[in-house]
Design a protein around this ligand. Structure first.
Ligand code: TRP
Length: 316
């Protein structure tokens, strides 16, 4: 059986190194390792209607395409597309919404978190896992590289497969999530999990000045030889063996250690940042990439949604 890899990113703002080391890094690794697999990398704009609107949404979607290209996704090798350009995602989500019950979906962590904050939960947020199952299953995906926060969503997609196949006959295969082994360990500048909502991120394409400012503001615990939060971020880009002599040399000297982290982060980010800047100068090429990707995704999706609708007895 052919491997099919799919993942997506929401166009909700600048990606940070937590997104990169928690998930996106794997997109590139898998692209390069699985030469013969079909690969799809999507901009999940339908999943972001709560956070972005109009021209800002359009711009943010193109920004994700730029991010994908800058980290090394190759449009010759992978299909880069925008979810909303492929109407079959929404159709399939509607079909799936008739398979999954409300009590089942109430166990979804996005719903539970929103509910716990006392928010009036959008129906779209409630159905987020259903749309995501449609994203994944529409292409016959076998492997989904994601960050740890999306593990449950892939589990839900597997439940959708079982439900659908039970009701309509074997059609879908169960997708597997591919997690980075230490993905849960991406800490922010305050030591908590790096997340946009905590305001503790280091943007993936940040300038040296931004890196400097952010690293200098890392919270340090006084009294110990090793500033834990500095070290934990440092560990993302250097091995513990590489770091050991440095942290020994500058024992207890937080400023010197922060300066070393600034240099290492900048050395890591600089080529990505420069590549992105270069790509952004030629938006015509970027738009071509999107156009080609959307077309390719639609071709696959259209064939599959017709088969699915036929199984359901819907008019295709
Ligand atoms: N939920 C993902 C995120 O948190 C985005 C996403 C939407 C996705 N559809 C997907 C990821 C399908 C993998 C597969 O950013």
């Amino acid at each position: 059986m052919k491997n099919i890899i799919l993942s997506g990113v929401r166009p909700s703002g600048r990606p940070h190194i937590g997104n990169y080391f928690g998930a996106m890094r794997q997109f590139v690794e898998m692209q390069n390792e699985h030469k013969s697999a079909d690969k799809f990398f999507m901009v999940a704009d339908m999943h972001t209607l709560d956070a972005n609107k109009g021209e800002a949404m359009r711009q943010a979607s193109l920004d994700i395409i730029l991010d994908y290209l800058a980290i090394g996704i190759d449009p010759k090798n992978s299909t880069l597309f925008i979810q909303s350009a492929v109407p079959a995602h929404s159709e399939l989500a509607m079909i799936f919404s008739y398979l999954m019950t409300v009590p089942y979906l109430m166990r979804g962590h996005l719903y539970k978190d929103a509910e716990a904050k006392g928010k009036e939960v959008l129906a779209g947020t409630f159905l987020y896992p259903v749309l995501m199952a449609a994203d994944i299953l529409l292409y016959g995906t076998t492997h989904v590289p994601v960050g740890i926060d999306n593990k449950q969503h892939v589990e839900i997609a597997r439940d959708v497969v079982r439900k659908f196949n039970h009701e309509y006959g074997e059609y879908f295969v169960e997708p597997k999530e591919i997690l980075i082994a230490d993905a849960q360990l991406v800490p922010g500048i305050d030591g908590k999990k790096m997340s946009k909502s905590y305001g503790n991120t280091i943007p993936l394409f940040s300038t040296r000045e931004e890196i400097q400012k952010l690293v200098m503001s890392i919270v340090t615990d006084s009294g110990s030889d090793v500033p834990t939060h500095v070290y934990n971020i440092h560990k993302l880009i250097k091995t513990e063996a590489e770091l050991a002599p440095l942290y020994e040399l500058h024992k207890g000297k937080y400023k010197a250690l922060k300066e070393a982290l600034i240099d290492d982060l900048d050395a890591f980010i600089k080529p990505l940042r420069e590549r992105r800047e270069k790509l952004a100068k030629n938006m015509k090429v970027i738009l071509k990439v999107v156009e080609k990707g959307n077309k390719q995704a639609n071709k696959v999706a259209l064939k599959r949604i017709k088969e699915i609708k036929k199984l359901c007895g819907l008019s295709a």
